[in-house]
Design a protein around this ligand. Structure first.
Ligand code: CA
Length: 232
Protein backbone atom coordinates (compact mmCIF):
# COMPACT_ATOMS: atom_id res chain seq x y z
CA UNK A 1 0.00 0.00 0.00
CA UNK A 2 1.51 3.36 -0.96
CA UNK A 3 2.06 5.79 1.89
CA UNK A 4 1.65 9.56 1.69
CA UNK A 5 2.67 12.14 4.29
CA UNK A 6 0.27 15.10 4.46
CA UNK A 7 1.82 18.29 5.88
CA UNK A 8 -0.95 20.81 6.50
CA UNK A 9 -1.81 22.98 9.49
CA UNK A 10 -5.50 23.49 8.65
CA UNK A 11 -7.38 20.48 10.10
CA UNK A 12 -10.26 20.83 7.62
CA UNK A 13 -7.97 20.64 4.57
CA UNK A 14 -5.96 17.83 6.16
CA UNK A 15 -9.13 15.81 6.74
CA UNK A 16 -10.35 16.29 3.18
CA UNK A 17 -7.00 15.20 1.77
CA UNK A 18 -6.64 12.19 4.05
CA UNK A 19 -10.20 11.09 3.41
CA UNK A 20 -9.86 11.40 -0.38
CA UNK A 21 -6.61 9.41 -0.40
CA UNK A 22 -7.71 6.66 1.95
CA UNK A 23 -10.78 6.08 -0.25
CA UNK A 24 -8.29 5.28 -3.02
CA UNK A 25 -6.50 2.70 -0.88
CA UNK A 26 -3.62 5.04 -0.09
CA UNK A 27 -2.25 5.03 3.46
CA UNK A 28 -1.74 8.47 4.96
CA UNK A 29 0.04 10.05 7.87
CA UNK A 30 -0.47 13.71 8.75
CA UNK A 31 1.47 16.39 10.59
CA UNK A 32 0.64 20.05 11.20
CA UNK A 33 3.97 21.83 10.86
CA UNK A 34 7.30 21.73 9.08
CA UNK A 35 9.45 20.62 11.99
CA UNK A 36 7.20 17.63 12.65
CA UNK A 37 7.29 16.82 8.92
CA UNK A 38 11.09 16.72 8.82
CA UNK A 39 11.21 14.66 12.00
CA UNK A 40 8.85 12.13 10.45
CA UNK A 41 10.67 12.06 7.11
CA UNK A 42 14.05 11.59 8.77
CA UNK A 43 12.81 8.58 10.72
CA UNK A 44 12.69 4.93 9.70
CA UNK A 45 9.51 5.17 7.60
CA UNK A 46 9.61 5.33 3.83
CA UNK A 47 7.02 7.54 2.15
CA UNK A 48 5.97 7.37 -1.50
CA UNK A 49 4.85 11.00 -1.69
CA UNK A 50 4.68 14.15 0.44
CA UNK A 51 1.83 16.64 0.13
CA UNK A 52 3.32 19.82 1.53
CA UNK A 53 1.42 23.00 2.31
CA UNK A 54 3.58 26.08 1.70
CA UNK A 55 1.97 28.31 4.35
CA UNK A 56 2.80 26.59 7.62
CA UNK A 57 3.37 28.01 11.10
CA UNK A 58 7.09 28.26 11.82
CA UNK A 59 9.16 26.72 9.04
CA UNK A 60 7.39 27.18 5.68
CA UNK A 61 6.87 24.42 3.13
CA UNK A 62 9.57 25.64 0.76
CA UNK A 63 12.16 25.43 3.57
CA UNK A 64 10.92 21.97 4.49
CA UNK A 65 11.43 20.85 0.90
CA UNK A 66 14.93 22.34 0.78
CA UNK A 67 15.90 20.59 4.04
CA UNK A 68 14.42 17.31 2.88
CA UNK A 69 16.42 17.33 -0.36
CA UNK A 70 19.60 18.16 1.53
CA UNK A 71 19.17 15.25 3.95
CA UNK A 72 19.44 11.49 3.60
CA UNK A 73 16.22 9.67 4.51
CA UNK A 74 13.37 10.01 1.98
CA UNK A 75 15.39 12.55 0.00
CA UNK A 76 14.04 11.31 -3.36
CA UNK A 77 10.38 11.23 -2.34
CA UNK A 78 8.15 13.19 -4.75
CA UNK A 79 6.91 16.44 -3.19
CA UNK A 80 3.60 18.00 -4.22
CA UNK A 81 3.18 21.52 -2.81
CA UNK A 82 -0.11 23.14 -1.90
CA UNK A 83 0.06 26.86 -2.67
CA UNK A 84 -2.19 29.89 -2.73
CA UNK A 85 -3.42 30.69 -6.22
CA UNK A 86 -1.59 34.01 -6.38
CA UNK A 87 1.65 32.83 -4.78
CA UNK A 88 3.80 32.48 -7.88
CA UNK A 89 7.01 33.15 -5.97
CA UNK A 90 6.57 30.11 -3.75
CA UNK A 91 5.80 27.98 -6.80
CA UNK A 92 8.94 29.00 -8.62
CA UNK A 93 11.20 28.81 -5.55
CA UNK A 94 9.59 25.51 -4.52
CA UNK A 95 10.31 23.92 -7.91
CA UNK A 96 13.84 25.28 -7.73
CA UNK A 97 14.54 23.69 -4.37
CA UNK A 98 13.30 20.33 -5.60
CA UNK A 99 9.51 20.13 -5.33
CA UNK A 100 8.07 18.05 -8.16
CA UNK A 101 4.72 19.66 -8.60
CA UNK A 102 2.15 21.95 -7.01
CA UNK A 103 -1.60 22.29 -6.69
CA UNK A 104 -3.18 25.65 -5.97
CA UNK A 105 -5.81 26.13 -3.28
CA UNK A 106 -8.71 25.79 -3.41
CA UNK A 107 -8.54 22.45 -5.22
CA UNK A 108 -11.02 19.71 -5.91
CA UNK A 109 -10.17 16.48 -4.02
CA UNK A 110 -10.59 14.55 -7.29
CA UNK A 111 -7.94 16.71 -8.94
CA UNK A 112 -5.50 16.22 -6.08
CA UNK A 113 -6.09 12.46 -6.02
CA UNK A 114 -5.44 12.06 -9.73
CA UNK A 115 -2.19 14.03 -9.42
CA UNK A 116 -1.15 11.82 -6.49
CA UNK A 117 -1.98 8.69 -8.47
CA UNK A 118 0.10 9.91 -11.42
CA UNK A 119 3.08 10.42 -9.11
CA UNK A 120 2.70 7.00 -7.54
CA UNK A 121 2.33 5.35 -10.96
CA UNK A 122 5.46 7.07 -12.18
CA UNK A 123 7.39 6.05 -9.08
CA UNK A 124 6.42 2.41 -9.65
CA UNK A 125 7.50 2.64 -13.30
CA UNK A 126 10.82 4.15 -12.27
CA UNK A 127 11.41 1.24 -9.90
CA UNK A 128 10.74 -1.19 -12.78
CA UNK A 129 11.58 0.58 -16.05
CA UNK A 130 11.23 -2.28 -18.55
CA UNK A 131 13.33 -2.66 -21.71
CA UNK A 132 15.94 0.04 -22.22
CA UNK A 133 16.72 2.31 -25.11
CA UNK A 134 19.49 4.71 -25.93
CA UNK A 135 19.38 8.05 -27.70
CA UNK A 136 22.56 9.54 -29.13
CA UNK A 137 23.19 13.02 -30.43
CA UNK A 138 26.41 14.90 -31.09
CA UNK A 139 27.84 15.58 -27.62
CA UNK A 140 24.86 14.09 -25.75
CA UNK A 141 23.88 10.52 -24.92
CA UNK A 142 20.81 9.31 -23.05
CA UNK A 143 20.31 5.86 -21.57
CA UNK A 144 16.57 5.59 -21.01
CA UNK A 145 16.87 2.38 -18.98
CA UNK A 146 19.52 3.64 -16.60
CA UNK A 147 17.97 7.12 -16.75
CA UNK A 148 21.36 8.59 -17.35
CA UNK A 149 22.35 11.57 -19.49
CA UNK A 150 25.96 12.06 -20.48
CA UNK A 151 27.01 15.40 -21.93
CA UNK A 152 30.38 16.93 -22.65
CA UNK A 153 31.09 17.35 -18.92
CA UNK A 154 30.12 13.80 -17.99
CA UNK A 155 26.93 12.59 -16.33
CA UNK A 156 24.38 15.41 -16.03
CA UNK A 157 22.70 15.48 -12.57
CA UNK A 158 19.09 15.70 -13.80
CA UNK A 159 16.18 15.22 -11.42
CA UNK A 160 13.58 12.60 -12.30
CA UNK A 161 11.24 15.23 -13.78
CA UNK A 162 13.99 16.91 -15.78
CA UNK A 163 15.01 13.56 -17.18
CA UNK A 164 11.39 12.85 -18.17
CA UNK A 165 11.07 16.17 -20.00
CA UNK A 166 14.36 15.76 -21.82
CA UNK A 167 13.62 12.13 -22.76
CA UNK A 168 10.16 13.15 -24.00
CA UNK A 169 11.50 15.92 -26.25
CA UNK A 170 14.58 13.99 -27.41
CA UNK A 171 12.50 10.95 -28.39
CA UNK A 172 11.03 13.02 -31.27
CA UNK A 173 13.72 15.46 -32.45
CA UNK A 174 12.28 18.39 -34.38
CA UNK A 175 8.76 17.93 -33.08
CA UNK A 176 7.34 20.97 -31.28
CA UNK A 177 5.49 20.48 -28.01
CA UNK A 178 3.47 23.04 -26.10
CA UNK A 179 4.12 23.60 -22.41
CA UNK A 180 0.77 21.95 -21.68
CA UNK A 181 1.71 18.87 -23.68
CA UNK A 182 5.00 18.57 -21.82
CA UNK A 183 3.30 18.85 -18.44
CA UNK A 184 0.53 16.44 -19.47
CA UNK A 185 3.18 13.92 -20.47
CA UNK A 186 4.85 14.32 -17.07
CA UNK A 187 1.55 13.66 -15.32
CA UNK A 188 0.14 10.93 -17.59
CA UNK A 189 -2.60 13.23 -18.79
CA UNK A 190 -3.69 14.25 -15.30
CA UNK A 191 -2.29 17.76 -15.42
CA UNK A 192 -4.35 20.63 -14.07
CA UNK A 193 -1.65 23.07 -12.99
CA UNK A 194 0.37 25.88 -14.48
CA UNK A 195 2.07 25.14 -17.78
CA UNK A 196 4.91 27.50 -16.95
CA UNK A 197 6.33 24.82 -14.65
CA UNK A 198 7.63 23.45 -17.97
CA UNK A 199 9.77 26.58 -18.33
CA UNK A 200 11.44 25.93 -14.98
CA UNK A 201 12.23 22.33 -15.95
CA UNK A 202 13.67 23.44 -19.30
CA UNK A 203 15.82 26.12 -17.63
CA UNK A 204 17.29 23.52 -15.30
CA UNK A 205 17.86 21.03 -18.10
CA UNK A 206 19.71 23.65 -20.11
CA UNK A 207 21.97 24.53 -17.18
CA UNK A 208 22.87 20.88 -16.80
CA UNK A 209 23.25 19.65 -20.40
CA UNK A 210 23.82 22.63 -22.70
CA UNK A 211 27.42 23.70 -23.39
CA UNK A 212 26.07 27.29 -23.53
CA UNK A 213 22.69 27.53 -21.73
CA UNK A 214 22.08 31.03 -23.16
CA UNK A 215 22.37 29.68 -26.70
CA UNK A 216 20.84 26.24 -26.43
CA UNK A 217 21.87 23.61 -28.89
CA UNK A 218 19.57 20.77 -27.83
CA UNK A 219 16.38 22.06 -26.20
CA UNK A 220 15.16 24.94 -28.33
CA UNK A 221 12.44 27.49 -27.58
CA UNK A 222 9.72 27.78 -30.20
CA UNK A 223 8.36 31.26 -29.64
CA UNK A 224 4.71 31.47 -28.77
CA UNK A 225 4.36 27.69 -28.81
CA UNK A 226 6.71 25.77 -26.56
CA UNK A 227 9.85 23.67 -27.00
CA UNK A 228 11.46 21.16 -29.30
CA UNK A 229 14.56 19.06 -29.28
CA UNK A 230 16.86 20.13 -32.12
CA UNK A 231 16.90 17.93 -35.19
CA UNK A 232 20.66 17.29 -35.05
CA1 CA B 1 -1.54 26.44 5.74
Amino acid sequence: MPKVLVVEDEPAVRDVVEHALSREGIETAAVGDGEAALERLRGQETFDLVILDVMLPGMDGVSVCRELRAGQANRDVPVLMLTARDDETSVVVGLEVGADDYVTKPFRPRELVSRVRAHLRRRRMEADPGPGRRLEFPGLKMDLLRREVVGQDGVAPLTAKEFEVLAFLASSPGRVYSREQIMRHLWDGDFFGEARAADVHVQHIRKKVEPDPQNPRYVLTVRGVGYKFADL
